[in-house]
Write a protein that binds this ligand. Structure first.
Ligand code: NCD
Ligand code: ZN
Length: 334
């Protein structure tokens, strides 16, 4: 088989940034995806109100191809009000994202105690907005932050039984298990790079800053649990690439930024993944169906075609070193 045709994918977790970086990275996502859930942790100003989201959507719309849809999120802070949630819902914002304080890029003003946000979660449950959780507890050791956070996830799910919750970019065996056990209102995104990376690829021999992201890649058995979740076709697990561009200088330095830039090759890489594990029948479900169904969005009608041809990943793209820079994949988007 040298040609694969799938429904056009959706990316349910994407960092586009703003300004020149946005203009540089947007074409890669547009080439492969119909829609993307755009993360709100932008600088210098983040997206935390309905007005911010409308302005940011306008910036993207000005530069994106016709037919590509940015799906909007806001960042939930201690000062976010239930009233703002109503305004966001009317403005077409579909999700609110929690970044616990200090766990990742631009999260310094995030909440420490999730309970502060319970009135906001109640309003999201009422109006039908999805809660996206960066599921790491800032007080825990870095390798344990995700598993320690799971108790809070369970409490939120129990307290708001109709609230749809996405545990973002899961990286552990424990998180996969808990998400599977919780009711169908709870799902998880999985990135392509976490299907490959372990901590060895980050610091196992030499330091590889371009494999460094949050949550940090874990143990081989964690990666294998992510693989099994994806290959099983369980609709609770769907693609959120977490493609997170940072310039070369801000990654290759003391205090390098967390984030892996995967937008240019993520769909060819996933094609190889599903082929390697002999589960191509699950490919479209993971990339193009389960996420849309969870979010209550119509499935994309358009298709994309992958052809078996060498695809060389550049060393650097617009000042950003992509994931697998310099490597060659077996598939490309036609
Ligand atoms: C993301 C970024 O750079 O904005 N970084 C990352 O390591 N994943 C933020 C995030 O999703 O944690
Ligand atoms: Zn992210």
């Amino acid at each position: 088989m040298d040609l694969i045709c799938i429904r056009r994918p959706d990316d349910f977790h994407l960092h586009l940034r703003r300004g020149s970086v946005m203009r540089a990275v947007l074409p890669f996502t547009e080439q492969a995806f119909a829609r993307a859930l755009i993360m709100p942790n932008t600088t210098p100003t983040e997206i935390r109100t309905a007005v911010d989201a409308a302005v940011y959507r306008g910036e993207m719309k000005e530069h994106c191809r016709r037919g590509f849809t940015p799906l909007m999120t806001i960042k939930l802070l201690d000062r976010t009000t239930p009233h703002e949630i109503i305004a966001c819902k009317s403005a077409g914002v579909i999700a609110g994202k929690v970044y616990p304080q200090g766990v990742t890029t631009n999260s310094d003003n995030g909440p420490v105690d999730m309970h502060v946000l319970y009135p906001v979660f109640a309003e999201m449950e009422r109006v039908g907005m999805v809660l996206c959780l960066h599921g790491e507890d800032p007080k825990a050791f870095c390798m344990d932050r995700e598993s320690v956070f799971l108790a809070q996830l369970c409490e939120i799910a129990r307290s708001f039984p109709k609230l749809k919750i996405v545990l973002e970019h899961v990286t552990t065996l424990q998180a996969v298990g808990v998400v599977k056990e919780l009711p169908d209102t709870v799902a998880a995104t999985i990135t392509a790079h976490h299907l490959y990376l372990t901590l060895d690829d980050v610091i196992g021999a030499k330091l590889h800053p371009h494999n460094f992201c949050m949550p940090i890649a874990k143990r081989p058995e964690d990666r294998d649990a992510l693989r099994r979740a994806v290959l099983s076709g369980n609709p609770k697990f769907f693609l959120g690439t977490d493609s997170a561009p940072h310039t070369r200088e801000t990654k290759e330095c003391a205090e390098g930024c967390a984030g892996v830039f995967t937008a240019p090759m993520v769909i060819p890489l996933l094609t190889s993944f599903f082929e390697e594990f002999e589960a191509l029948e699950m490919f479209e479900r993971f990339t193009s169906e389960s996420g849309a169904r969870f979010y209550g969005l119509p499935l994309n009608e358009e298709k994309i075609r992958l052809i078996r041809q060498p695809f060389h990943i550049p060393e650097v793209i617009e000042g950003i070193v992509p994931y697998l820079a310099g490597k060659t994949l077996n598939w490309r988007i036609e």
